[in-house]
Design a protein. Sequence first.
Length: 285
Amino acid sequence: MFRKLTFTAAAVLAMTAVQVSAAEIETEIEDFAFSFEGPFGSFDQMQLQRGLQVYTEICASCHGLELVAFRTLHQEGGPALPEDQMRAYAEFYEVFDQSLLGGEGDFRTATPADKFPGSALSNAPDLSLMAKARAGFHGPAGTGISQFVNGMGGAEYIASLLAGYAEEPECALEGEPMDGYYNVAFAPGGFPESCIDEHGHRMVPGSWIGMPQPLYGDDVEYADGHSTELDHVSQDVSAFLMWTAEPKMMARKQAGLTGVIFLTLLSVLLYLTNKRIWAPHKKKH
Ligand code: HEC
């Protein structure tokens, strides 16, 4: 009886071990150095403006940003477009307004108070919060310490994803053709049997994603003359998406810093007070 029990326990253990190794998907996430990382980091306004341009010219044909209001493009700490430019940008969009035509609804030109439209392609996810939904670079053994030091990490993931398209590996060409596109940073996509070895391990990193490669480098022309290499364009749009997901990051960091300075000062004062209170008693010895 006891023997049988240990045997089942071992079997269960073995099974979970197999499951764990099967679920372990290797991806290649690069640790880019973004301006907003670290306790003193802040968004680079020019980078956010370039990212907005990339989003508008390329990503918006499929993806929405339905939680982001146009007026926030003018806010300090963000892309901070001049007000007239922000208004002109909003007017470039049409939104559906239910209150028009006596409740029937109709399209009208967007105003700063309106939000970006949702995704134009039904299977393309909305990108408003994507940079927070996806953690990028966890650091060694996924401790999360890197996230704490280097920022949220989602921007790293998105930049790596955009630059992570690669040629289909040999092993994939041997099996059934795959739906989608091979990407070394994407984990949850399809994966061909022919790339899994006899121990159940994946022979190549990443998986197959439904999004065709959106950026190749030189996709846009920047007014500020910044490089349009694939890595740079990917980082710009990722920084912009980090801002849409956490527009108040700067304010949060500042509040945190103020708190730390205040507490440091308070500790010094309390230390001195403490010394003073006990000084007469200490002298007696
Ligand atoms: C042709 C349409 C199309 C374009 C253009 C496009 N995407 Fe996508 N994107 C998709 C689809 C479809 C998916 C869902 C893929 C899947 O889940 O397999 C997706 C998924 C994503 C994801 C989520 C990946 C994940 O972890 O689930 C991100 C991030 C993303 N796109 C960013 C971008 C950015 C940034 C751009 C512009 C540079 C862009 N996309 C341009 C269609 C598009």
